[in-house]
Structures are given as C-alpha cells and as structure tokens.
Design a binder for this molecule. Structure first.
Ligand code: VGL
Ligand code: ZN
Length: 201
C-alpha cells in the first residue's frame, strides 16, 4: 500500500439517498438513523473547513444491477428521480462536491472511486485522510473504503454513521472487519474534534 502524506482531512458521505432509506426501493434497515449523526459530522466539517464529498448511486433505468435486467437489486436510484435524491433532512452544504456513480448501464459501481473523478478531486484538494460514513456498510461503504485504502488514503470509518443491508445477518459486521483488516480505523462522534485520531481500534 502506498502511504501518501497524511494531507488534509475530508468528510465523505456515501449514498445517503431516498431509495436507501425506510420506505425507499432498496431500504437499508435503520438507514435514516445515520442522518442526524451525519448532520453533526457535517457541522464539524463546516466549522473546521474540511472539504465535504457526497457520493450518489445514479443509475440509468436499464442498469445491469436491476432485477429487471437480470441483476440482484430492485430498481433503485434511477437518475433524476426522487428516489435518487438526497433526503431534505440531510444538511449538505452547497459547497459539498457531488460524485455520481453507476451511470453506465453495463457496469456496477459500488465504490465512489469507480469511474468517477473522486480520487482526482481529493488529490486536487490536498486531501490524504477521509472520514467515511453512509450507506450501505456492506456494499458501497465497504468498496469505497477499500479503494481509498488501496490508493493510499488514511481512512476513518464513522462507526455511528453507517448501516448495512444485511442480506445475510452478519454482512455488516463482516464488512466492518474487512475494512479494519485493510487498515481502516474506527471513529465516532464523541471523538470529534479531539484527536483520538491516531488510535487504531
Ligand atoms: C448500494 C446496493 C446497490 C449501496 C448501491 O449504495 O450500498 N447497494 N447499489
Ligand atoms: Zn445501485
């Protein structure tokens, strides 16, 4: 693994979109519970002037991951639809950088780095350390965190701001373990802004 200079810190919010919330088309159990927690991280990032990135699943209507196309998932996060939108209760500032993914019909993109400018944008902003939360722990958070670590970013997983799909009940737990094995550190709201930041959990 390449270790970049630690660089600046950024908040990365993964796929907190209506379709992944209770009542949505691919509802993540307890998905709405991350919103007030992420709002507090956002407030911290605002106060500390950290860049904020928000990824979104942004699929064409014939995306290969949909059951209608032989894929695994119900139709979800179709671009320009309400389900693909961010909930009004998520206090994303207008300066947040939006990263859309999964836009090609024939390509799944669980990671926010896949087919996007996220890496460039982070480097451009001098960012070396990411605080990552959102949905879902066992898919897009997992893959985004693993890619980030492979690319040399230091990653703190926001343990209180992620929820899992849990198709198998242990998927979320396993995903968290896997992220830790890859080098992710755990972080919780109580630690912001005091630096328990160098502590492996
Ligand atoms: C996701 C399943 C399908 C996610 C996206 O954001 O975790 N999960 N598409
Ligand atoms: Zn998707």
């Amino acid at each position: 693994m390449v270790q970049l200079e630690q660089g600046k810190e950024a908040l990365v919010i993964v796929d907190v979109q209506n379709d992944f919330l209770p009542g949505g088309r691919l509802a993540v159990p307890g998905g709405d519970e991350v919103i007030p927690v992420l709002n507090r991280y956002i407030a911290g990032a605002e106060r500390d002037h950290l860049p904020i990135f928000a990824t979104r699943d942004w699929h064409p209507p014939n995306h290969c991951s949909f059951r209608t196309q032989g894929g695994q998932w119900p139709v979800h996060c179709v671009m320009e639809t309400e389900g693909a939108g961010f909930p009004a209760s998520l206090r994303l500032p207008s300066r947040a950088v939006l990263i859309s993914k999964g836009m090609l019909p024939d390509k799944e993109a669980y990671s926010g780095f896949e087919g996007t400018a996220l890496e460039e944008r982070l480097h451009g902003a001098g960012v070396g350390t990411l605080y990552v939360g959102g949905l879902a722990t066992d898919y897009c958070v997992l893959n985004t965190v693993k890619d980030a670590l492979n690319k040399g970013f230091r990653v703190f997983l926001l343990k209180d701001a992620v929820r899992a799909v849990n198709l198998r009940p242990e998927d979320g737990r396993n995903a968290e373990q896997e992220m830790r094995r890859f080098g992710a550190l755990a972080f919780q709201l109580v630690e912001w802004p005091e630096c328990a930041k160098h502590q492996a959990v």
